[in-house]
Design a protein around this ligand. Sequence first.
Ligand code: 6PG
Length: 246
Amino acid sequence: MSEVSTARFEVTVAESEAEHAALGAEIVARAIDAAVRARGSARVALSGGSTPGPVYRRLAQMALPLDRIDWFWVDERAGDPSSPRSNFRAARADLGLDRADAAARVHRMEAEDPDLAAAAARYEALLRRTFGVASAVAFDVMTLGIGDDGHTASLFPATGATAIDDRLVAAIGAQPAKGLEARLTLTAPVLCEARTVLFLARGAGKQRPIASAWSEGPEDEVPARVLLRAQGRVVWLVDRDAYPTG
Ligand code: 6PG
């Protein structure tokens, strides 16, 4: 492992997939522990995609205070929660959240609703009830990924999604040309309020988007740039292949 600093972010480079998983799990577990000590409970927001799986499976092996943790999702793909495309399904299985002591605190996005705008409004209402109507929706820890096109959460390039600032949760239309189904997503203001953001990336395909996400420029071109306005701690946990060298 090596640690590097950019002007705004902490960057940790893992030397193997196992180290990436172990370091990621440790960062999430520590943030959970700090939140439980400070406020009695922890609120976690989970991303989907393929990279977090090993981190979540490692986390599931740790002694977490499951009766004190509320689990939310950063984004969800339109469809049934039993679908192999479901971010809820993947994270719940990886984290072992079907256990009785965790199940009551698992809050999935209802992306099976054909009216995704209504599902987004329900999730927003849930967040408001959980965090307090007048309070910031500040997750204790949030995992994020970055796509080869620079997207994060379900904020995709050239869609205007990064500019949505009047909602906590948005419905994002399908992009059939790119093979993407419609989505529900937390919006940029919520991403930026998290106390700890953990970006997880592995593989050479991420080098270019990460370099772009670390440099100023139009957010609509590289949505992961929205985290340049994050208020909390942002950690990029990458492997050697994903680390931008140029
Ligand atoms: C999703 C995500 C998405 C993901 C990136 C990176 O539902 O797909 O939440 O934003 O984090 O696409 O995905 P990988 O980890 O598969 O590279």
